[in-house]
Design a protein around this ligand. Structure first.
Ligand SMILES: C[S@@+](CC[C@H](N)C(=O)[O-])C[C@H]1O[C@@H](n2cnc3c(N)ncnc32)[C@H](O)[C@@H]1O
Length: 179
């Protein structure tokens, strides 16, 4: 695993904070998979399985350095097979690096057409991420009947400040619920 991910994806990674402070506010559909695309060390995947149950939780990544039992090796350059999704976190590679742009856009489109009513989609897509992707993720989600909110609508100012200090792009994140 590259130094880039090693440095970033520890317990202070934004998604871990979202799992602690945002996801418990919502109820996701009873049916459907809980899917994380881009798993790194599996810390977020572990939190998802604790929240929603390990029987329905799956992570896909080209690597699984800590051999998380719920992570399968998969290259997300090709969207996975269609399935019902109750939750999806789209986080492979980086929204800021051109080599991942097409993959991320394709995965957002794929997830949009697989997610169930009241399912949650989390990804990067506004501010700097929107510019790097050169695609209006929010417009796409709104056109597909998602209700959008942002980390700052949910997190305490202390958590937002901490995340901003670590420059993880929390201001680029979108939390979208399919209605
Ligand atoms: C930002 S980290 C993911 C962090 C993770 N979501 C978490 O909550 O800790 C990005 C991950 O994307 C993975 N990745 C990069 N290219 C990929 C690809 N083509 N398919 C699947 N995963 C990929 C990397 O191996 C890395 O683990």
């Amino acid at each position: 695993m590259s130094e880039y991910y090693w440095a970033m994806c520890d317990w202070t990674y934004k998604f871990n904070i979202f799992c602690d402070e945002i996801l418990p506010k919502y109820t996701i559909p009873i049916e459907g998979q809980v899917l994380q695309l881009g798993v790194a060390y599996g810390l977020g995947l572990e939190k998802l399985s604790a929240l929603y149950g390990k029987d329905r939780t799956l992570g896909l990544d080209i690597e699984n350095p800590l051999r998380h039992p719920l992570c399968e090796i998969y290259d997300c350059s090709k969207p996975p097979k269609d399935r019902d999704l109750a939750f999806v976190h789209i986080d492979p590679g980086s929204a800021y690096k051109p080599e991942f742009k097409e993959m991320r856009i394709n995965l957002i489109k794929w997830a949009t057409s697989n997610i169930l009513k009241d399912g949650i989609l989390i990804t990067a897509g506004r501010n700097r991420a929107k510019k790097c992707l050169n695609w209006d993720v929010e417009k796409h989600l709104e056109n597909n009947n998602f209700e959008i909110s942002y980390p700052e609508d949910h997190l305490s100012q202390d958590s937002i400040n901490l995340l901003k200090e670590t420059k993880q792009g929390v201001e680029d994140q979108i939390i979208a619920i399919k209605r």
